[in-house]
Design a protein around this ligand. Structure first.
Ligand SMILES: Nc1ncnc2c1ncn2[C@@H]1O[C@H](COP(=O)(O)OP(=O)(O)OP(=O)(O)O)[C@@H](O)[C@H]1O
Length: 641
């Protein structure tokens, strides 16, 4: 017995037979040197199938060659190609001619069915021929014994029968011809070639199956497992050997593919719990020419989908939902501003809802971004929405998303809302006071339950979002007027942050102006020094009310930069001429007139004098709060900048 080299490139054939045909085939086997590796195995005593299975399991044979009953047994019991050495009528004729020279009574015992043509041959050869067919080796022996008892001395037959004859001292003649043996080997070679092609294809598919992170299992139409990849083996805590070929019923009922196999029922994104984890399950029917021949189950760990979802959201955030500003970029040294910064920094380290209040343009969004960027959510999305800039219905679908078909014109596949987009990050709700009352109830529900239900959907999606809201309106007054829901007010008002108006912190004006004018001049290509040039205007700027706060200051800074561009040298600047470019700075009323260079303290004292000491009136005249008026009036020195 010779074992072929498993790494060989040549097709590997396994020739399983009884001794007679084995010995007879030796010259044919020799012809295949260089074309195939042939292992010759003794298949006597019904052990052929066990040997063949072993070769299949160890991957040592691409195809098998055998004859008679052995071939039938292999075909029935082996998941591998089997070529049969077929007897032809010509083979039998040749054997009978040889037999005629020895005796005039010849017995024929063959595997399978009796050969009808033998009766015609009998007359032709003018000898007595009695034929029997057998199905099993025992059957073969009985048929042989019967002929022996009947006095037949020469028996033509299969390898097994020839062996019986020799053991009994009779003349046995093998019915096979070398041509039939050769044909058997040729068939086996062709089967091996096709099997290798299929194995290659299978290996590729198997490689794909094995490289998948998802757990995959497939069954044939008889509910037997035909494929199972490593993640599925791990999940089931059994290796492939213990699963492949076994009925699916042995596994937990959650994995059943019965409905898919029986009725073609497909399932996508079903949820099941197994091994202590949640899994998303897909069930698909495997069809061949329309008929269901098997089914496959794919499981994705729900946690992984979450991760993928988060990373997708993070990527999207990189594109659009990013907070750019940090505390380090905020300009301001006034006590009020520094207090606000310190408070905001403390808030950044919590996960609580913050309500930022302050006039328009004071920097509420800037603070919200800085809080986000200093929080543990810094590398997660920051999504900002201005509640005042959407009509009610649109704002609702923007915030909460909608399901496909939720309303006429809704997008296919639906749309996720900003709450979902901000998942794991921060949602900045600007101008929350402008949110319609009906929507306020919806928002409150989402904040309390920490899950959103898209419009038109039934299932809620859990969201982990920190909310920062901002308002320029007095929300408390709005609650009293029933324009803002009290319960929502208390829900979002957990941490309060008040950003003082710019006129209440004139100390911040010079640095903000210098910074903005310098940046604008640089962009315009001017080499003049903004800081020096601005100095003569500063008292005026500090006494101006800045109703648009820092946003207005930025706007005026740009106009100043354009104004200064017309001068080549600092000494040429006509300071009074700015009145034409920035008339608001030079308007009268409570504001200082043109050329007014008074300090805030002087202005506060003057206003108090005019108002007869009435602080409320003086503050109103100056456009500042009473506390600012008090601070200005009590500042010993003009504010430094
Ligand atoms: N302390 C600061 N330092 C630097 N820039 C600032 C500062 N405060 C505000 N800004 C700038 O002023 C502009 C207005 O700020 P922001 O949009 O944050 O104000 P807001 O209070 O949210 O306004 P609105 O209420 O109108 O939405 C922005 O360009 C911002 O960069």
């Amino acid at each position: 017995m010779s074992y072929p080299d498993p790494g060989a490139e040549l097709p590997r054939l396994c020739f399983l037979s009884y001794r007679q045909i084995r010995e007879f085939a030796v010259p044919v086997i020799a012809e295949y040197t260089g074309r195939a590796q042939i292992e010759v195995v003794d298949g006597t005593f019904g052990g052929a199938l066990a040997i063949a299975r072993d070769r299949v399991e160890r991957g040592l044979a691409d195809a098998f060659v055998s004859a008679g009953s052995n071939a039938s047994i292999l075909r029935a019991g082996l998941q591998a190609p089997v070529a049969t050495i077929q007897l032809t009528g010509f083979d039998i004729l040749q054997a009978l001619i040889r037999a005629r020279s020895i005796a005039d009574r010849v017995g024929v015992v063959m595997y399978g069915q009796p050969i009808p043509e033998l009766d015609a041959v009998k007359d032709l050869l003018s000898i007595e021929i009695v034929q029997h067919a057998y199905q099993t080796p025992d059957d073969a022996r009985q048929r042989f014994e019967q002929l022996r008892r009947e006095g037949f001395r020469v028996i033509v037959g299969s390898s097994l029968v020839v062996e019986f004859a020799e053991q009994a001292g009779l003349q046995g003649l093998l019915a096979y011809s070398l041509a039939s043996v050769r044909k058997g080997f040729e068939d086996a070679l062709e089967l091996a070639r096709v099997a290798r092609l299929e194995a290659g294809r299978y290996e590729q598919l198997n490689g794909v199956l094995h490289s998948l992170q998802d757990a995959v299992l497939a069954v044939d139409r008889n509910h037997r497992i035909i494929a199972v990849n490593p993640p599925m083996q791990k999940l089931l805590e059994r290796d492939a050997g213990a699963l492949v070929g076994r009925p699916l019923d042995l596994l937990p009922p959650e994995l059943s593919l019965r409905a898919t196999l029986d009725a073609g029922h497909q399932e996508s994104a079903g949820l099941l719990r197994l091994g202590g984890s949640d899994w998303i399950a897909n069930r698909t029917a495997i069809r061949e020419r329309g008929a269901i021949v098997g089914a496959a189950l794919t499981l994705y760990e729900a946690g992984r989908i979450h991760e993928a979802d988060t990373s997708l959201r993070v990527q999207q955030r990189r594109r659009q939902n990013t907070a750019r500003h940090r505390f380090g970029e905020l300009i301001g040294q006034s006590p009020g501003f520094i207090r606000a910064m310190q408070t905001a920094r403390r808030y950044a380290h919590t996960d609580m809802t913050v309500l930022i209040s302050g006039e328009s343009g004071v920097g509420k969004e800037l603070f919200a971004q800085a809080i986000h960027n200093e929080s543990r959510r810094a590398d997660r999305p920051f999504v900002a929405v201005n509640c005042a800039s959407f009509p009610e219905t649109l704002l609702e679908s923007e915030l909460f998303g909608y399901e496909e078909g939720a309303f006429t014109g809704s997008r296919r596949g639906g749309k996720r809302g900003l709450f979902e987009a901000a998942h794991t990050g921060t949602l900045f709700l600007d101008e929350i006071g402008d949110m319609p009352l009906a929507l306020q109830s919806h928002l409150l529900r989402v904040l309390q339950e920490r899950e959103v239900t898209r419009l038109g959907a039934t299932a809620a999606i859990p969201v982990d979002v920190r909310v920062i809201a901002a308002t320029h309106q007095p929300l408390r007054d709005m609650v009293a007027q029933r324009r803002f829901r009290q319960d929502l007010y208390y829900r979002i008002n957990t941490l309060q942050l008040e950003i003082p108006a710019l006129r209440e912190r004139p100390e911040d004006i010079p640095s903000l102006l210098r910074m903005r004018v310098a940046r604008a001049m640089e962009q315009l290509g001017s080499r003049l020094d903004a800081a020096d040039l601005l100095a003569p205007w500063l008292p005026r700027m500090q006494s101006y009310a800045w109703p648009g706060n820092v946003r207005e200051l930025e706007n005026i800074s740009e106009r100043i930069a354009v104004f200064l561009m017309q001068y080549a040298r600092p000494e040429d600047v006509d300071y009074g001429a700015l009145r034409h470019d920035c008339p608001e700075l030079f308007e009268g009323g409570a504001e200082p007139g043109p050329g007014d260079a008074r300090t805030p303290r002087e202005r506060a004292l003057e206003a108090l004098r005019i108002s007869g000491g009435n602080r409320r009136e003086a503050a109103r005249r100056l456009g500042v709060s009473r506390s600012t008026l008090w601070r200005w009036a009590n500042s010993p020195e003009p504010p430094s900048f």
